[in-house]
Design a protein around this ligand. Structure first.
Ligand SMILES: *Cc1c(COP(=O)(O)O)cnc(C)c1O
Length: 499
């Protein structure tokens, strides 16, 4: 080691650590303040009260060790340290310390701007919830709740009861049960009704939903034998009728959430299949996936089969997600015949898949909003975003454009353009919603190589990272999901984007 450091321990010595570069004949001496002086400095007090003594001390030790190393390297190279060696003041050190502690204590789960154009984005947490749900969750976090305790009788209750009446009213189902997500709902339903027996599914409906959820795999895990019928593009009622036998436990229809089969196609509707199910006394289950509780056409959106329609058409059980079109928290809802729901609730797996109080706290007020369907587009965040007219987003784009252009400088070319959003999460996969937003391209003569890659990284490095979509040599920022109250925060951090 050619450099000489005195006071190897950061808190050794009353005045601190001196570092002299041995390679430097004029021995530029630099100085780090002693630990106890740093810790007792007024500038450090907020850190000690905010992060505690142990954590602050450990971070300070690490920082001083790093600074000492930097200084040694610079001194040995005969240069002067970047932080003007010899003049590293205590406030400068606590400022660095504050930055590091803040970063280390940042939640790993962070808000982002979803400008991807996909409203219900699974990787970004799907539905955003309305304030009524946010408040209910905050209260449930702070208070013991009557989760499984009947206030009227003072006896033990059932957590499903908290939302059952409302869901029955909204779907026409006799009974419901709630689990952690729709994948769990399908698993629990199959495990209860078809374990060791057969479930008949059309070859056109053997869906894979992203991640690892595939109907054939989930069936296998549930112990059910998959009996495929029909062909990829066409399945007829007689295919189901021919396959049904004494081993058949279930007829299952699955919503083609993320694809469409077009052309020479035929699938059997629930209403067509229901009489066969009745006649053979085999339950008919429908995995609706998204499943909505209202006719979306009344809001100018494409029609998506509702849970009520599916039950009215003769489904014995319907499964759907809480955080897709419904606009609530992550959960899976199984609605249908009381006797089948009772069997499902007795399955020990239900206990493993049940939801917690936060989910139910959020779900109940969201469901209550559906009692006023006329007010739903104002009140239900998901529906508000889905029904925003493109003109709104165009006005926003025009307001933001000059600010973004200024932040990005001459290497980029920002324009406002029409684009299309998608609902996402397997709801109405082929229906696109007219939208508007900003596109960013590398300007002619841009000095940045891989300009879009650089831009994407810069957007991700912002305090609230921005998620866009790269296509056709441009970054597309769809403004549909940029609420008025989020717009200010979006603009406020543009400054940090400037290089
Ligand atoms: C989304 C979806 C699922 C899975 O639901 P999660 O809530 O993501 O678990 C299952 N089936 C269909 C048809 C879906 O669209």
């Amino acid at each position: 080691m050619s450099g000489a450091a005195t006071g190897a321990q950061p808190d050794a010595g009353a005045t601190g650590t001196s570092v002299a570069g041995a390679g430097n004949t004029r021995a530029r001496s630099v100085h780090l303040p002693a630990m106890h002086l740093i810790l007792s400095d007024p500038s450090c007090q907020p850190l000690l009260t905010g992060y505690g003594r142990e954590q602050t001390l450990a971070a300070a030790r690490a920082l001083l060790a790093e600074l000492r190393g930097d200084m040694l390297r610079v001194a040995n190279a005969g240069g002067s340290a970047p932080a003007a060696a010899g003049e590293i003041t205590i406030p400068a050190i606590t400022a660095l310390l504050a930055q590091r502690l803040a970063q280390a204590n940042q939640s790993p789960l962070r808000p982002v701007f979803n400008l991807s154009g996909t409203v219900l984005h699974t990787n970004l947490g799907r539905a955003l919830l309305p304030d009524c749900a946010v408040q209910a969750v905050a209260e449930a976090l702070r208070w013991p709740m009557n989760l499984e305790w009947d206030i009227d009788t003072g006896k033990r209750g059932d957590r499903d009861d908290l939302v059952e009446d409302l869901l029955r009213e909204l779907t026409g189902a006799e009974a419901v049960t709630i689990v952690n997500n729709n994948a769990a709902a399908v698993l629990l339903m199959l495990d209860t009704l078809a374990d060791g027996r057969e479930a008949i599914v059309s070859r056109g409906e053997l869906v894979e939903i992203g991640g690892t959820f595939r109907i054939p795999d989930i069936m296998q895990r549930a112990g059910a034998t998959l009996r495929e019928v029909g062909s990829t593009n066409r399945t007829h009622l007689h295919d189901y009728a021919n396959a049904a036998n004494t081993q058949t436990a279930l007829l299952l229809k699955v919503h083609c959430s993320n694809y469409a089969i077009t052309g020479f196609t035929k699938s059997v509707e629930v209403a067509e299949l229901a009489p066969l199910a009745r006649e053979r006394q085999i339950p008919l289950a429908v995995d609706l996936g998204s499943g909505t509780l209202v006719d979306l056409e009344q809001y100018g959106l494409p029609h998506e089969t509702t849970v009520r329609e599916t039950i009215a058409a003769g489904a014995d059980l319907v499964t759907f997600s809480g955080d897709k079109l419904l606009g609530g928290p992550q959960c899976g809802i199984i609605a249908g015949r009381a006797d089948l729901i009772a069997r499902i609730k007795r399955n020990p797996l239900k206990r493993a898949l049940r939801v917690g109080k936060l989910t139910l706290a959020a779900l109940a007020p969201v469901l209550a909003l559906y009692r006023a369907p006329d007010l739903l587009p104002e009140r239900l965040t998901t529906l508000r975003l889905l029904t925003r007219p493109a003109a709104d987003m165009r006005a926003q784009a025009q307001a933001i454009l000059p600010l973004l252009q200024r932040a990005l400088g001459a290497d980029y070319d920002v324009r406002d353009e029409a684009m299309t959003s998608q609902i996402g999460s397997g709801a109405l996969p082929v229906d696109l919603l007219p939208s508007h937003g900003l596109t960013v391209r590398a300007a002619a003569g841009s000095r940045v190589s891989d300009a879009l890659g650089v831009l994407e990284r810069r957007l991700r490095a912002l305090p609230i990272p921005v998620v866009g979509r790269v296509a056709q040599d441009a970054l597309w920022l769809d403004l549909r999901c940029l609420d008025a109250d989020h717009q200010q925060r979006f603009i406020a951090q543009l400054e940090a984007l400037a290089v």
